[in-house]
Design a protein around this ligand. Sequence first.
Ligand code: GLC
Length: 341
Amino acid sequence: MRCMFLAIVLGVLSCSSEKTAVSNDAAAQTATTVPASPIERCINLGSALEAPNEGEWGYTIRAVDMQRIADAGFDTVRIPIKWSAHTENVPPYTIDRSFMARIDDVLTAALMADLQVIINVHHYDELNAKLTPHKERLYAMWDQIAYHYQDVGDRLIFEVLNEPHSKMTFEEVDTVNRRVLDRIRQVSPDRWVIYATGQWANPIGLYKSKPYLAPRTILSFHYYGPFEFTHQGATWTEKPYPIGVSWGTPEQYATIEKDFATVRAKMAPYGLPIFLGEFGAYDPAPAFERAKWTEHVRKTAEANGFSWCHWSYTSGFEVFSKKDQAWIPEMKDALITPFRR
Ligand code: GLC
């Protein structure tokens, strides 16, 4: 019933972008034209549905956020979701209905604000630790998610898995991408799908991948370099990174440019759009340098033809201050060039 409602309300919001024929043959391996990405300027709604329970990490998504984000000039929100905390542990691995209903509400709010939405499988820690039975459980999750949203238009985008690592080797990531894509394609032949990237979505994960060339697929990587700057004061990293670290020498600017040019050059033969799905500096970084780093990463992504998604919106890696309930002007300007408003 709920899905039917979503289909009726949201089906009309479907956009029809050109389909691009990509095949896995040798010619495609030397493709020079890259199909346009449906995403341009995106923001991650982190700290909400990526927590074991929404609200536990200090943020619960509100409809008003979606309108505010759209009004600021973003076209897409990426919503990290910890499905694994709301899915049965035994076959058929059913997703909790009330959790799915909450995701329906969040999607409805975003699509009604005229935003595109990326949903992913985030923080599937058990899968990274143990492939059996978790690969099967992941496939079962995607079967249910794809089926549930099959009638929602293609402004809803799926992303296979966030930051796989450990047991999820480069080969496993390629296998899982292909298997999940096949399952999504059973019910949604036209939906855009963002592939997972190994080694925590590090560019190395891209270089080691052999992405399956299919229409409407997107490559993705995350960028947090230098980590001691972007993660200063973080409490969840393997080792602590002390606060007070600066950024902004000419060499540091150049490193970002070199890193992104390498991603572009190395992945160009695949002819797929590239999405910088996460980049951000944690709140304790010096404010001015944090904004400068953000602006430089964003502009360098654009210069290389990558669409991007800032990590995050509020409650850590803030662009919108939780305390003041207002945009942080220099952070917003770092992402959305003022003349665009
Ligand atoms: C990854 C993690 C997220 C974290 C972010 C920055 O996306 O899943 O929880 O906040 O990276 O470290």
